[in-house]
Write a protein that binds this ligand. Sequence first.
Ligand SMILES: C[S@@+](CC[C@H](N)C(=O)[O-])C[C@H]1O[C@@H](n2cnc3c(N)ncnc32)[C@H](O)[C@@H]1O
Length: 250
Amino acid sequence: MANLYDGKMAAIYDAMYQTFVDYDQEYAFYNTLIQENNASSILEIGSGTGNLAKRFEQNKQNYQGLDYSDDMIAIAKERNKNCSFMQGDMRNFQLKNPVDAILITGRSTSYLITNADVNTTFDAIFKNLTKDGVLIFDFIDANRFIPFTKENPVITHEAEYKNVNYIRESHWDTNNSLENFMLEWNAEYYTMSNGKKEVIENDFSTVRVFTLNEIQLFLYLNNFEIIKTIDRKTYAYDTYVIVARKKITA
Ligand SMILES: C[S@@+](CC[C@H](N)C(=O)[O-])C[C@H]1O[C@@H](n2cnc3c(N)ncnc32)[C@H](O)[C@@H]1O
């Protein structure tokens, strides 16, 4: 688990991602998929600092968020006074009532690093979905990500929020390949003012990227059928978005 979502990093994450991600567009994209599947109750896993939550709340939808990090939840609650957020782990959670749609956005699936992590997550999701419920999630496409990081040893992302310029330099260790296309991600965060660089934090985490075929198999093994696969570029990396529902058994 990354430090990125704890302590002061939660606030830095929030500031930077406001620039990286167009949350209005993000909301419109996911809400279209939710509406296509007539889902009225929604759980967002990895709800982070509550940027999508804000849009669901504004549209008076039946939304709740779940996140591992208390610090991310604290910011999400501050932003959305009337929303429900719970601390929990996607690999093992239990809602009071099943919901019609479960979302995992913002490449939060990258933190499912072992096969057991993926299987327990899909199993928990299966149990917390209504009969016709849908699972909607994105993941980083290994087939494009790994060559990209090999060719670009340092990847820089810049953001400006409330008149502060933020820079993130990501170093991806692809040489030391771990199991399952797991990668070591070393990110240095700093602010830039008057040409002066000031380091705010170094974050080190292990993440995983997936091939489409791996995800198809994991879903199959956990009794989901895929109803839509969307090839989607995000602010940084190429992803796939999957819409899946419980397999209809005879
Ligand atoms: C990249 S952020 C995405 C946040 C948000 N979806 C967005 O797009 O801004 C990943 C989020 O997943 C959460 N997370 C990581 N592992 C988790 C787990 N096992 N269970 C629940 N949340 C987790 C982190 O705390 C963080 O808030």
